[in-house]
Design a binder for this molecule. Sequence first.
Ligand code: NOJ
Length: 536
Amino acid sequence: MPNEWWRDAVIYQVYPRSFADSDGDGMGDLPGITGRLPHLKQLGIDAVWLSPFYPSPQHDAGYDVADYRSVDPRFGYLGDADKLVTEAHHLGLKFIVDLVPNHTSSEHAWFQAALAASPGSPERERYIFRDGRGDQPPNSWTSMFGGSAWERVPDGQWYLHLFDVSQPDLNWGNPEVRAEFTGILRFWLDRGVDGFRVDVAHGLIKEATLAEWTQPSAILGGLDPVGPRPPMWDQDGVHEIYQEWRAVLNEYEPARILVAEAWVAPADRLARYVRPDEMHQAFNFEYLEAPWRAADLRKVISSTLAANDSVGAPTTWVLSNHDVVRHASRLGYPAGTRRMNGIGADDPQPDAGLGLRRARAATLQMLALPGSVYLYQGEELGLPEHTTMPDEVREDPAWKRSGHTERGRDGCRVPIPWEADAPSYGFGPSDASWLPQPATWAEFALDRQAGVPGSTWELYRRALSLRNEHGLGRGTLTWQETSSDVLAFRNGDVLVLSNLGKSLVALPAGARVLLTSEPLDADGRLPGDVTVWAVV
Ligand code: NOJ
């Protein structure tokens, strides 16, 4: 299946606001990304996924789309998007864009028309408008960002928004909505993109009666593999939408892909999104959320591999993205502490050294697993979360909507450092940066790490190159029996040992070390929080 490039692809997430700023306004842009693509080629990735760059009032950093067929002037023009895709292809990289089908921006022409129209009109039928219960909203659903999921309009009706008030949910029971989105797919496919990351893929269909649900929502999905299924998530009706989209993608050559952002558990329930006639991949958030303990990791790796195998889909692996605390900081808390988003200066701070050490060990673990991997910009530099950001500069709508109880996701979205001694660390030509960069970030800059043995950047490069050479993405995992604090598996000719305990672990006799996340001890033993790849 040489055409099925996604099965073992390493896909790198670019967050356009924070990758590279070509014009010095403090906001990243498409020409900035194009200029830095050679960096990604050097890193050794296979594909780029670009978070939304469409016209948007940016109330949720672009996940509030006002026009699905254009580019926000903050980021450039349609021609810049075309250039970016062409240049990526020229470098041999695939290019995936973000599709946001659950909701539009309230500034989208459809929603403006719905507001101007009357209850029961075809314009309102594109969204989920309902009458209230007296003065109360139609039901007690809450928004993922806090507060009610309903907003009242002047004529008394209410509309549903599972996210910000500026993100009205579309009515996917309406054929006009479905037709519009297949049109949007074709628009970008015809421009040459290689696929779509589908935002909130588990949310498009709501239970028909909008049944009561009083439990609070976590900021993002929150995986609850045991409780009853909430009426707004993972309804069976979503699958027919993805079957229709798959049929559209199948018309294109070479292969294009769909990847589901679906906070769904357990793994066999999530695997329904990647059946042969639906999506190609789904993010493995159970893996991202697993505590730093060998038994937990082994369990989630086994169950997600088994679930995906049962439908013939590759398993994906991810440790960081723009919605969660970067893993170099998340892992700096005691194992078992749940720190997914929102750390402020007055919160307990992570142990930075431990966090980075574990992050490097976790990354080596992940890059040796069979399947496809998602990396988030900056993790290849070992970037931590900004955990002391002043509250006044926070932009995540969760901060305001939660009544300042959820700090939100700004800490993982800070513009990344390229050059230690340049203004904005080389993010752009000026010192402007839409979120402040910590004063300590010079040490993480790319130019301080490139060519430096042992740097996180060089660790990623070497690991990606070895992953390729040993065919790890297409391999098969076999667990090795070992002590309970060690995660040990084989993939092809590579033995992977990850020591999550404190005692030193001896390598098998004759092991030839390929790569370690930190040096072995003087006797060649594996210290705690270190991963090794070896050939035995
Ligand atoms: C998931 C996206 O990753 C997140 O950033 C966004 O806030 C929500 N979906 C709503 O679109």
